[in-house]
Design a protein around this ligand. Structure first.
Ligand code: F6R
Length: 622
């Protein structure tokens, strides 16, 4: 969604705003702009397209702009109105300038009202309308903070807003009314406001996460927090983020996505270390924490999530049901939200979201809290909305993920869910401790195996790139699998379509003949996920049907599965070390393969791998 950065302080504002917006580019955007306060007022430079266009405008502008110490910037992901320069933020209405992330739901009523008052909006956005409200309040005598507060009364929808006025130089107001907003004190004097901690993390690790309905006033002296409704000062404590700045650079890789795929072994170890108490002598020694205590009384689990997080939970369902033998359902948050779901007592709901901000997942957890259903979040971002609003949280320690396509956060979510499965199985005695001990021992081996698999010249990497080279002319892709490989097939297809824009479908292998097989012919590539697990033989029998219809078959399976390999045109073998692993752990090894397939295909197709079109990293609107 839209990215926001505001700065007031001792540094040159452009030196904070441009790098800050660059850090937020990963969220996806289609236009950008910045506003800078100079002696004679506030000047705006904005453009459709990339941030570089704004930088070019700035380079050709007066020195006073470069020297300004106060300003704000925005990357826009169009909702109301096309991605044009006119609709780009910031918007200036009289002496008021603002940037906005989110949606004003009652904007049509608002627009009528604004027009009746004689104003003439120049953009098609809902955002600009808010500026007129502030302007009118200030004209009636309110100061900027009061005017912003009053303008929020009667506004519907989730959003965050950052506002300045030429009448109050050196003041930047930020409001969180649903959509995330953070603030930080600049150790050199002044303050930063941003939609995401990544824009501030180069200056300080102490980040204030605003609550819904909170306002922050940033000046040279620092930050003051107020309740949006009452205007009363609120005392806030910062959260210390443990993200390192080098995790936010490409580290020699051509794309963030590739770097993040390669970080998986390390983030799995970090996630394990953060969640375990190695002094415990149980097979799955999860450290004592609120989320673990909530699991203890669970008789049924419901996972709610979207996209890739939903796929992680869907794989987890197989694990939890088979090891812990308790019922699990996995729900798309956007559907569950509006359903009359039956929630028997003993239900614990787990919201899985790397960003911790996904609007639908958050809405479900909020709603269930009011119904007194215990909620747990699995999140990667400390201080995010879900992490603060769920009753308890398991954090993944994946560090910042900049590529829009989820990769390392996905595998760390898998890890957390596997730990949950093992822990609950031990508690319920549904699986013997001997088996669980082997599961855990093998789990710990996974990062090492992944590390070898991801070596630059490993046979996996060579086979994947070779396969991508061989299917250059493919007109579409089907990913098929059974058991845990079914959600992994969905994930493979999602990765491919989101970054390479290829036609791609994921299917349960057994479903193929119930319709989709009609699509299979010459030119289609069928990626079959068939590791040697419970489901392998059934999947292979489905493959024969595909082969008969002329598709190119790319098999992913046990490296010594010669029968399967013979059926396939192209082949990626799982590493030998994977053979001795508990079969349930094989999704961890399949995951980098499908990720790399989509990555190399996208590179071949020349797409913007880290910032695919139309997508956003954190989806804070419905
Ligand atoms: C795909 C992807 C999305 C997200 C989905 C949920 O690569 O990243 O499908 O998984 O938008 O996001 P979170 O996990 O932040 O709730």
């Amino acid at each position: 969604m839209c990215g926001i950065v505001g700065y007031v302080g001792q540094r040159k504002a452009v030196d904070v705003l441009i790098p800050g917006l660059q850090r937020l580019e990963y969220r996806g955007y289609d236009s950008a702009g910045i506003a800078l306060q100079v002696e004679k007022g506030i000047e705006i430079k904005k453009s459709e397209g990339r941030l570089e266009n704004v930088e070019r405008l700035l380079n050709g502008s007066a020195e006073s702009l470069q020297k300004s110490h106060t300003g704000m910037g925005h990357t826009r992901w169009a909702t109301h109105g096309k991605p044009t320069t006119q609709n780009a933020h910031p918007h200036k209405t009289g002496h008021v300038v603002l940037v906005h992330n989110g949606i004003i739901e009652n904007y049509l009523d608002l627009k009528r009202d604004i027009l009746t008052r004689g104003h003439k909006p120049v953009s098609e956005t809902d955002s600009e309308l808010f500026g007129y409200l502030v302007l009118d309040e200030m004209d009636k005598g309110a100061n900027l903070a009061e005017a912003v507060r009053k303008s929020f009364v009667g506004l519907h929808g989730q959003c965050s807003m950052v506002v300045m006025s030429e009448k109050e130089p050196g003041v930047i107001i930020g409001v969180r009314n649903g959509s995330p907003l953070v603030a930080a004190v600049d150790p050199q004097g002044g303050a930063i406001i941003a939609s995401d901690a990544q824009a501030a993390i180069s200056y300080t690790k102490d980040i204030f996460f605003l609550d819904h309905g909170e306002m922050v006033i940033a000046t040279n002296k620092g930050l003051v927090f107020e309740d949006l409704k009452t205007g009363k000062t609120v005392k806030r404590e910062p959260v210390k983020l443990d993200w390192s700045v080098d995790k936010m650079n490409k580290g020699g890789f051509p794309h963030y996505m590739l770097k993040e795929i390669h970080e998986q072994p390390v983030v799995l170890v970090d996630t394990l270390n953060a969640l375990l108490d190695r002094n415990k002598h149980t097979p799955f020694p999860l450290s004592d924490q609120p989320a673990v205590r909530l699991l203890e009384n669970a008789r049924q689990l419901i996972f709610v999530a979207c996209g890739t997080s939903w796929h992680a939970a869907s794989i987890g369902k197989y694990w939890i049901e088979s090891l812990a033998k308790i019922p699990v359902s996995v729900e798309l948050a956007s559907e569950f939200r509006y359903r009359d779901a039956v929630l028997p007592s003993g239900t614990v709901v787990i919201g899985v979201s790397q960003s911790g901000e996904t609007a639908d997942t958050l809405a479900v957890l909020r709603d269930l809290k009011t119904k007194k259903i215990p909620t747990i979040g699995i999140c990667n971002v400390r201080g995010s909305s879900i992490s603060r609003e769920a009753d308890a949280v398991f954090y993944t320690s994946a560090g910042p993920e900049i590529g829009v396509a989820a990769t390392k956060t996905f595998s760390s979510q898998l890890l957390v869910i596997y730990l949950i499965a093992g822990y609950m199985a031990h508690k319920s005695r549904a699986t013997s401790d001997t088996t669980l001990a082997k599961c855990f021992e093998d789990l710990v081996k996974v990062p090492h195996i992944l590390s070898d698999m991801l070596e630059p010249d490993s046979s996996m990497v060579r086979q994947v790139t070779g396969a991508v080279d061989s299917v250059k002319d493919a007109k579409g892709f089907f990913f098929i699998g059974r058991g845990t490989s079914f959600p992994m097939a969905l994930e493979g297809a999602l990765k491919l379509k989101e970054i390479s824009y290829d036609y791609a479908e994921g299917y349960a292998a057994g479903e193929l003949k119930h319709g989709p097989i009609a699509m299979i012919d010459l030119g289609m590539v069928v990626v079959v996920l068939a590791p040697k697990d419970l489901w392998r033989d059934k999947t292979v029998s489905n493959l024969e049907e595909v082969k008969a219809r002329g598709a190119t078959i790319l098999g992913i399976g046990d490296t010594e599965d010669h029968d399967l390999k013979t059926l396939c045109d192209l082949w990626v073998g799982l590493p030998k070390e994977g053979r001795a692993l508990e079969k349930g752990l094989l999704p961890f090894l399949l995951s980098p393969i499908v990720q790399l397939l989509s990555y190399h295909r996208a590179v071949y197709r020349g797409t913007d791998v880290d910032k695919p079109r139309n997508l956003a990293k954190s989806v804070t609107v419905e």
